[in-house]
Design a protein around this ligand. Structure first.
Ligand SMILES: Cc1cc2nc3c(=O)[nH]c(=O)nc-3n(C[C@H](O)[C@H](O)[C@H](O)COP(=O)(O)OP(=O)(O)OC[C@H]3O[C@@H](n4cnc5c(N)ncnc54)[C@H](O)[C@@H]3O)c2cc1C
Length: 308
């Protein structure tokens, strides 16, 4: 119930503007968001690199409605790529197609995406295309498949809560794709998505097996297991070991501010770990999705709000 309510509220940006005025909620936002500027993100990314961790950077924003806003977002990603190169960071962008104008026009979005992929590919940098709500799944995967032949550095995302995902994984493995597997963070109807945590976790494990199957790895497909679920992370490491898949053939991914206690143990097992670092003024939708994942975060916020 609470999760559903929070995910509903994640589409109400007016609330974010109100929250921004409360110092306490701003502090909680900072737990998940590096700051509002690229410099704030790069400070975190350099710290991660110092700790021998890989990173991804997200300039927060989604569902932009004007062409100018979509082009501005793409320009920010171009300058992030330049800065990644200048600072010699093992960092890749992770972006949303609705931030690049998908709601406005397919052509505009593709143009913006290709500008970014050109620059990423020139720097031998991957570029992750995040997966948004199910309203965008087909369009996102279709655009990914269209750009992938020219841009092997493009990477995509599959959500384990969607019932369709096994078919999508099989198709993407056929392309030798780079695939992030996450559980899924949006509000979806039961006809499209598994509802219970048990079902989502079971499907995650099934999709993990498809991605780690020897014939999938042989196509050049590269899986990234994006989760803070210790059991699933341990399962990925165990399955890879059993199948003789070397650690450079897959990675674990986590979000900034969540379960950083797991970073060193994962790294010290010899696994590749990438931490996604978001920044920007448009933190609201991202932040509320993080609250929805763990209602204890919301309780913490409420408790501190009513504390005298
Ligand atoms: C690198 C990365 C990229 C992602 N990209 C996408 C994407 O493109 N599209 C998409 O829909 N989703 C994306 N997600 C979000 C994902 O779908 C899940 O919503 C999110 O990762 C929480 O699920 P979990 O796998 O950690 O498992 P859960 O079962 O939700 O959590 C496992 C444990 O992790 C900790 N934890 C999880 N979330 C939180 C939190 N918010 N606050 C505090 N502790 C927490 C808790 O200890 C919890 O017990 C991404 C996640 C990661 C890590």
């Amino acid at each position: 119930m609470l999760r559903t309510l929070l995910l509903y509220l994640s589409n109400k940006p007016g609330l974010g503007r109100a929250m921004d005025r409360l110092p306490l909620s701003r502090r909680l936002v900072r737990r998940f968001v590096a700051g509002t500027t690229p410099d704030a993100a790069f400070a975190v990314i350099e710290r991660l690199q110092g700790a021998r961790l890989l990173s991804a950077v997200t300039y927060l924003g989604e569902n932009v409605l004007t062409e100018a806003a979509a082009r501005r977002a793409a320009d920010v990603y171009l300058s992030l790529l330049d800065e990644i190169k200048r600072r010699d960071l093992q960092c890749v962008p992770s972006l949303k197609l609705t931030h690049l104008g998908l709601d406005r026009s397919h052509t505009l979005c593709r143009e913006n995406l290709e500008r970014i992929l050109d620059r990423a590919q020139a720097g031998a940098t991957l570029c992750w295309i995040d997966m948004e709500s199910s309203a965008y799944t087909d369009r996102t995967l279709a655009l990914y498949a269209a750009v992938r032949p020219r841009y092997p550095s493009a990477a995509c995302v599959i959500q384990a809560y969607l019932r369709r995902s096994a078919d999508d994984v099989r198709r993407l493995v056929g392309l030798g794709a780079t695939i992030r597997l996450c559980k899924g963070a949006y509000r979806e109807p039961p006809r499209l998505a598994f509802v219970s945590k048990r079902e989502v976790d079971e499907n995650y494990a099934r999709l993990m097996d498809l991605l780690l199957a020897p014939d999938a790895i042989a196509t050049g497909a590269y899986p990234a297991f994006a989760t803070h679920d210790e059991r699933l992370i341990a399962r990925a490491a165990r399955r890879a070991r059993e199948l003789g898949i070397p650690p450079e053939k897959f990675e674990i991914q986590m979000l900034y501010g969540i379960r950083h206690d797991l970073h060193a143990p994962i790294r010290d097992q010899g696994l590749r770990l990438r931490v996604l670092v978001p920044f920007g003024e448009e933190w609201y939708g991202y932040f509320v999705r993080r609250l929805a994942e763990r209602p204890a975060n919301l309780l913490f916020l409420l408790k501190n709000l009513v504390r005298p």
